[in-house]
Write a protein that binds this ligand. Structure first.
Ligand SMILES: Nc1ncnc2c1ncn2[C@@H]1O[C@H](COP(=O)(O)OP(=O)(O)OP(=O)(O)O)[C@@H](O)[C@H]1O
Ligand SMILES: [Mg+2]
Length: 402
């Protein structure tokens, strides 16, 4: 190696040195030792579940609150503690925790019950048995426990969304048949709209007790972040104001601690990549933009097909005209449906879909009068134009338009 290039190499190596000491502290899988600002919730839940340790059935419990407000963390923290006490005191305790967001675990009633049974050492083939049979195996397994079984269903709204409320109905009713054992339920959710559509009996049974997790305020988020940053970053790499900015940003939305931690991690990565020796507030701005972009792509990817065609029509109409009118969007939409073999919806339905996109914040609409031609809606995009090319590309792939 030439002397000069070697110098460059060493200099670059110096710059490349990581700003992190342990990035895993900022990942979703990390479990902090201390749970801050949740004493009230911890104490309430602990008091509700404590009878389990005396082998008495606790009330069913519904825990809710916005995303990133510490629900999963708190629930797991309490379960861990109860398990430790039960181990030390040799008290039999059976707690089953399931995150219903995991597709393979809870996308059908069959899968969920099979998964539950597996916690009791019963293996059920992934498909094939009649659902009644699966329930019977689970029922017998619970009966053999001869005690109280606590089922914790995290992100329970996801379960209901996929399978309907039948499972919950069955799980709450099973107690009437069990002779030696009883099941107590804990449901956790960041979305309570699902409660509106479930059977009233299931609803009242699940929420015999409920605990609300309020969002964190900016001050609380700051301190949660500071604790993480201390472990994740080298000393003195976070500039003054960075944590504060991060906290202010998420507090403005809904105090989501997960988002705040992610923002800080991404800012750190951006700082590192741009060879900065410290994390600056502008890295938070960039991280914010990056996450926002990814969020848009995620939304676009997960929309139902009809929605995707409507969105694609909006974006494609944009290329020809500066203003986008709903009439033109609808014409293009119909042509696209024809092209990909989808039955077009009525203009009224498409208007409704456009309204939904406005709610999500992807577009804005304004009703304008076209004189004697009546009225129409003018659409403007409210996402940064830098995301448009990739958004279109994603839609083309999703709809197999190319
Ligand atoms: N009080 C807290 N102290 C320390 N870290 C926290 C606290 N609350 C939340 N966190 C961290 O924030 C992240 C999100 O928390 P958690 O997963 O518990 O949120 P959640 O309420 O279950 O959200 P969701 O509804 O989206 O599942 C996790 O990384 C967690 O460790
Ligand atoms: Mg959670």
């Amino acid at each position: 190696m030439l002397k000069k290039s070697l110098t460059v190499f060493f200099e670059e190596f110096l710059y490349k040195e990581s700003l992190f000491v342990d990035k895993s502290v900022l990942l979703a899988s990390y479990i902090p030792e201390t749970v801050y600002y949740r004493d009230i919730e911890v104490n309430k839940i602990a008091a509700i579940l404590a009878p389990l340790l005396k082998r008495e059935k606790p009330s069913n419990l519904f825990i809710y609150g916005s995303t990133g407000s510490g629900k999963t963390l708190v629930v797991k923290h309490i379960i861990d503690n109860m398990e430790e006490v039960s181990k030390n005191k040799k008290i039999p305790l059976k707690i089953v925790y399931i995150n219903c967001k995991l597709k393979k675990v809870a996308d059908t009633e069959y899968r969920l019950i099979a998964q539950l049974a597996s916690f009791f050492g019963k293996s059920i083939p992934p498909t094939g048995l009649p659902t009644d049979e699966v329930y019977k195996i689970f029922y017998n397994a619970v009966e053999q426990e001869r005690g109280i079984v606590l089922l914790v269903l995290d992100e329970i709204d996801q379960l209901i969304k996929r399978t309907g409320d039948n499972v919950l109905y069955n799980l709450t009713r099973i107690n009437e048949e069990l002779k030696n054992s009883q099941i107590a339920l804990v449901g956790v959710s960041n979305n309570i709209t699902f409660m509106e559509n479930i059977d009233v009996r299931v609803k009242s049974s699940l929420s015999e007790e409920d605990v609300l997790f309020p969002p964190y305020n900016a001050f609380e988020i700051q301190n949660i972040l500071k604790e993480r940053a201390k472990k994740a970053f080298k000393e003195n790499v976070i500039e003054q104001g960075v944590i504060e900015k991060c906290a202010a940003y998420v507090a403005r939305e809904h105090g989501d601690a997960r988002k705040a931690i992610e923002l800080l991690r991404v800012a750190g990565e951006i700082a590192e990549r741009s060879k900065s020796k410290t994390v600056l507030t502008e890295h938070i701005d960039e991280a914010e933009e990056k996450l926002e972009r990814e969020k848009i792509f995620d939304i676009v990817r997960t929309q139902p097909k009809q929605f995707q065609v409507v969105l694609f029509s909006i974006l494609s109409t944009k290329n020809k005209n500066l203003s986008i009118y709903t009439g033109e969007v609808y014409e293009l939409y119909k042509r696209l449906c024809f092209k990909i073999g989808l039955r077009p919806l009525t203009q009224r339905r498409v208007s409704h879909i456009i309204g939904e996109f406005e709610l999500i914040g992807i577009i804005n609409t304004k009703t304008i009068s076209k004189g004697r031609y009546g009225r129409t809606r003018e659409i403007t995009l409210s996402v940064p134009s830098s995301v448009l090319p990739l958004t279109k590309k994603i839609l083309e792939e999703e709809l197999v338009l190319t």
